[in-house]
Write a protein that binds this ligand. Sequence first.
Ligand SMILES: Nc1ncnc2c1ncn2[C@@H]1O[C@H](COP(=O)(O)OP(=O)(O)O)[C@@H](O)[C@H]1O
Ligand SMILES: [Mg+2]
Length: 144
Amino acid sequence: MLTVENANLHYGAAQALRGISVKAEMGKITCVLGRNGVGKSSLLRAITGQHPLSAGTVTFNDTKLNGLPPFARAKQGIGYVPQGREIFPLLTVKENLETGFAPLGRRDRNIPDDIFSLFPVLKSMLSRRGGDLSGGQQQQLAIG
Ligand SMILES: Nc1ncnc2c1ncn2[C@@H]1O[C@H](COP(=O)(O)OP(=O)(O)O)[C@@H](O)[C@H]1O
Ligand SMILES: [Mg+2]
């Protein structure tokens, strides 16, 4: 379970989130909807640790994430596919996928076949640079 409680988030003096609480249960899909600029991406950046909360807590499976840097949250299993993709354009497709290995032990460091079942095109482009893929292919790579 991922829980956000009473979250406030500021950009300088401007407040982007005010008293936001969300619960996302394991095995379910939780959707946050809202018009442009209401703070959806800010909420996700607070969950991944890319922007600090000014008040409130983020908890994942009983571990409080507040104060942990993004890489430590990734180790706990927090991932984020941002709008705009943000893959590594100069790394190959294979190297981009391997960036997900960081929290894994040596034995678990292989790219699961599920990714290529979902996105067969990635398998045929493993040695291409991420930045040379089309927009849609880059989105597939980001999800992978
Ligand atoms: N880096 C930033 N610096 C200052 N203000 C920001 C920044 N990012 C977002 N904002 C502002 O915070 C509010 C929420 O933005 P955002 O979370 O991107 O909304 P959404 O994803 O719901 O469209 C908006 O008013 C936006 O202008
Ligand atoms: Mg957004």
